[in-house]
Design a binder for this molecule. Structure first.
Ligand SMILES: [Zn+2]
Ligand SMILES: [Zn+2]
Length: 123
């Protein structure tokens, strides 16, 4: 186990610890199922020591960190790609369970439809 060294590392560690403690609390209440195993006592230790050094969790820590934590379980509702198995050309999440590749294809759908209608008419 390594210790945070620089102020930046401390801030990152404190933010993550704060979010993980909250995530774990949410899981206790059944609000979240699954997800990463949280070493709560280690998180609390870091928070305590960070606080003693003058670090407090930043306000947007939850918004920043939760998406990264929950996206591991996402699966694209269109193509079924996951964090481990992205689309061939690479993709990222544009919203929960929808990847950038499929979001892009979705935007092109009206064009494709118009094209096939035209072909049907010319036959
Ligand atoms: Zn997809
Ligand atoms: Zn994808």
């Amino acid at each position: 186990m390594i210790e945070p060294q620089t102020p930046q590392e401390w801030q990152e560690a404190i933010d993550t610890a704060e979010v993980l403690v909250r995530l774990d609390a949410a899981r206790q209440y059944g609000l979240v199922t699954g997800g990463p195993a949280v070493n709560v006592s280690r998180c609390e230790e870091l928070l305590r020591r960070g606080e003693a050094l003058g670090y407090t969790p930043t306000a947007d820590a939850v918004e920043r960190i939760i998406p990264a934590l929950v996206s591991f379980a996402w699966r694209c509702r269109v193509c079924g790609c996951t964090n481990e198995r992205a689309c061939p050309g690479g993709c990222h999440w544009v919203e929960p369970n929808l990847c950038s590749e499929c979001a892009m294809k979705d935007n092109r759908r009206p064009l494709t439809c118009a094209g096939s209608v035209q072909r049907a008419h010319s036959q």
